[in-house]
Design a protein around this ligand. Structure first.
Ligand SMILES: O=C(CO)COP(=O)(O)O
Length: 253
C-alpha cells in the first residue's frame, strides 16, 4: 500500500512578517510534484498562522507547532485545539523534542495532547526520538517505543497521525542520521506498531524523519523503504526546502 510522501517545514520560533512573506513567495512560485505525490505542510509560529494560511498556495497546508492538552479556558499563554480548528488550521505538531526537553513535556502529557487534538479533528505530527546519550547506551528503540506507546495507549484511530522520528542529536546540529540509521529505526518502529497496534495501521502510518535534513541529503534518505517523508527545521526557512519537497519523486522511480 502506497503511503503518500509527507514533507513538513517546522519554522520553530523564527521569522518576521517580511521573512515569512519571502518564504511563502518562494514556495508559491515553486514547481513541485502534485498533491497526489507529496503532502506539504508548513508550520509557522502561532502569530503568523492566519497570515501564512491566507497567502499560501492551496495545495500546501499549515500546521501549528503546539496546542493545549485539553479544552481551552484559564490557561494563560496557551492556544487550544478548538481555536486551531476554528481558524481552519488542519495540522498540529506535538511532542517536539525541544518542548519535551525545555518545557518538560512527558510521554504521558504528549499522549494526552495527541488524543485531545485528534478528538477535535486536527491532524497530528507526533514527534519522537532519542538523545545521543540514549543512543550510545543502546536504548534508542526502548526510548522511541515508550514514546510511541504513550501515544498508542490513548489513540484508537491512526488515520490522522504522522509519526516523526527525530533523533535529538541530529536536530539543528548538521549531523544527519545516515540513511541506514534512519531506516533501521523506522523499520523497527513500524514493527512495533504492527505488534502493538495492528498490521493495517503499521502498513498505512507514515513515519517521517527529521534532523538536519537538507537539499543535499534528502534524496538518499527518501530512498529508504520506511522513510515516508521529512520534518525539516532550518532548511525549511530556505529555498532548498523546494528541493526537499521534490525528493518525493524518488519513491516513484
Ligand atoms: O527539529 C526539526 C524539525 O522539527 C529538525 O530541525 P533541523 O532540520 O534544523 O535539524
Amino acid at each position: 500500500m502506497a503511503r503518500k510522501f509527507f514533507v513538513g517545514g517546522n519554522w520553530k520560533c523564527n521569522g518576521t512578517t517580511e521573512e515569512v512573506k519571502k518564504i511563502v513567495t518562494t514556495l508559491n512560485e515553486a514547481e513541485v510534484p502534485s498533491e497526489d505525490v507529496v503532502e506539504v505542510v508548513v508550520s509557522p509560529p502561532f502569530v503568523f498562522l492566519p497570515f501564512v494560511k491566507s497567502l499560501l498556495r492551496p495545495d500546501f497546508h499549515v500546521a501549528a507547532q503546539n496546542c493545549w492538552v485539553r479544552k481551552g479556558g484559564a490557561f494563560t499563554g496557551e492556544v487550544s485545539a478548538e481555536m486551531l480548528v476554528n481558524l481552519g488550521i488542519p495540522w498540529v505538531i506535538l511532542g517536539h523534542s525541544e518542548r519535551r526537553a525545555l518545557l518538560n513535556e512527558s510521554n504521558e502529557f504528549v499522549g494526552d495532547k495527541v488524543a485531545y487534538a485528534l478528538s477535535q479533528g486536527l491532524k497530528v505530527i507526533a514527534c519522537i526520538g532519542e538523545t545521543l546519550e540514549q543512543r550510545e547506551s543502546g536504548s534508542t528503540m526502548a526510548v522511541v517505543a515508550a514514546q510511541t506507546k504513550a501515544i498508542a495507549e490513548k489513540v484508537t484511530n491512526w488515520d490522522n497521525v504522522v509519526l516523526a522520528y527525530e533523533p535529538v542529536w541530529a536536530i539543528g546540529t548538521g549531523k544527519v542520521a545516515t540513511p541506514a540509521q534512519a531506516q533501521e529505526v523506522h523499520c523497527e518502529l513500524r514493527k512495533w506498531v504492527h505488534d502493538n497496534v495492528g498490521a493495517e495501521v503499521a502498513a498505512k502510518v507514515r513515519i517521517i524523519y527529521g534532523g538536519s535534513v537538507n537539499g543535499a541529503n534528502c534524496k538518499e534518505l527518501a530512498g529508504q523503504p520506511d522513510v515516508d517523508g521529512f520534518l525539516v527545521g532550518g532548511a525549511s526557512l530556505k529555498p532548498e526546502f523546494v528541493d526537499i519537497i521534490k525528493s518525493a519523486t524518488v519513491k516513484k522511480n
